[in-house]
Ligand binder design. Sequence first.
Ligand code: GLN
Length: 299
Amino acid sequence: MQTYRTLLKKGTAILEDAKIPEAGLDAWLLLENAAGISRAWYFAHDTEEVSEETAGAYLELCGRRGARIPLQHLTHRAYFMEYEFYVDENVLIPRQDTETLVETARVLLADRKRPRILDMCTGSGCILISLLADKEDCFGVGTDISGDALAVARRNAAAIGVGERAVFTESDIFSGEIFQEKDGKSPVKYDMLVSNPPYIPTGEIQELQDEVRLHDPIPALDGRGDGLYFYREITRQAQQYLKPDGWLLYEIGCSQGKDVADMMKQAGFVSVDIKKDLAGLDRVVLGKMPSGIDPRAEQ
Ligand code: GLN
């Protein structure tokens, strides 16, 4: 007879053999998922028999995790800020690093009334949705080049209860319809533009760990030649879409701080600053539109 405890042991062994870091934790999380049980339930029932069906499904999941499929793609769950997000192969798995961006943005938004936020390259929607969930008078637009990613973001916004304050729409940087003039009306201006764009130099993608290189969507990673393509393009055009005193915030790769900060200063942003993540690495660059300067009005 196979019990929950023996099954968990088998799963842990499969992951240890495959040299998965934190094999024990992943083996547990997969069991929780396959058997639909909680930790408390397990401790009271670990010597009970598991059905063949559950055991089979669990061992299959462990085999796939052993083949370096990320845990979150198997459970379809990722935790970010205070929320649970649905994820699949169409989106980058939300990273803890990105919480630095959200925390920085939250502080800057705190005293703004009814702010509008634009999240460019929204992926799972984790950044925008966390900001909207935290502040009830915020409205947001999330854009992505991938329609499949936008479907994931919409699903997450609905599940977390912010669907009515979020619009997700397809756009390659600023080329989408939402950024164009319509019926003689200028596009909306935002209080904040946040973005965690693809930022890995193309030549470095092959050096990433298998979970990332083989299972995160490549377009969500690839920042072109020097990794800075999206920062350059977004920074160049952002002022047209930001209100005076509006903020531009980026997540960056830890060696990109100076380049991105210089780019923003050159484009006319003020109060440009770099923030570090919990590991002490440069992770966020931010800057503000000067007060009262509207580049469009000056044209
Ligand atoms: N904005 C999303 C995130 O932070 C997706 C980022 C991306 O696809 N590069 O997870």
